[in-house]
Design a protein around this ligand. Structure first.
Ligand code: FES
Ligand code: FES
Length: 178
């Protein structure tokens, strides 16, 4: 990476940012430049998870999905990664991702402000593992705060993923031996 230019993948295309400001947060870039406002700003200091996005990264020949707080992550962190936003989870035919569907079915969203962040944290868990026990679920959403639901419906939604299909629009990106 040269000091003022990065490349990353978004929506299956390679994006280049030239002359970037290394102090610009990914959250600001996503909302102001990419015009994707599903990712929310809550505390803006890494404490609430409303701004959670996922970065895909190759590790040991497979893609690992990492949920991060975009409000405290800066543009250089995107270098060489796949950027995944809550808007990107929708299938090409317009249907919701199984994680989004589970949140609806289990009433995991009330005011909705925290919901995109929870969805992205659960999406990373869903992609990285094949089964989801209580510890894994709690660990995955440990950085997300919700003032409305009391968490139980969100945890129920996460548990229901154990019986969901593992095939989503990102499935084709895996390595053949994954
Ligand atoms: S806005 Fe609260 S963690 Fe980023
Ligand atoms: S649904 Fe309102 S903060 Fe979570």
């Amino acid at each position: 990476m040269s000091s003022n230019k990065i490349k990353f993948v978004w929506e299956n295309k390679i994006f280049t940012i030239k002359n970037l400001d290394p102090n610009e947060t990914i959250l600001n870039y996503v909302r102001l430049n990419l015009k994707k406002t599903g990712t929310k700003e809550g505390c803006a200091e890494g404490g609430c998870g409303a701004c959670t996005i996922v970065l895909g990264e190759i590790e040991n020949n497979k893609i690992i999905y990492k949920a991060i707080n975009s409000c405290i992550s800066f543009l250089p962190s995107l270098e060489g990664k796949q950027l995944i936003l809550v808007e990107d989870l929708i299938a090409d035919n317009g249907s919701l991702h199984v994680v989004q569907d589970a949140m609806i079915k289990h009433h995991g969203s009330q005011c909705g402000f925290c919901t995109p962040g929870f969805v992205m944290s659960l999406f990373a868990m869903y992609k990285n593992f094949n089964s989801y026990n209580k510890e894994k679920i709690q660990d995955s959403i440990s950085g997300n705060l919700c003032r409305c639901t009391g968490y139980r419906p969100i945890i129920d939604a996460a548990k229901s993923l154990n019986s969901s299909s593992k095939i989503d629009k990102f499935y084709k990106n895996r390595k053949k031996n994954y």
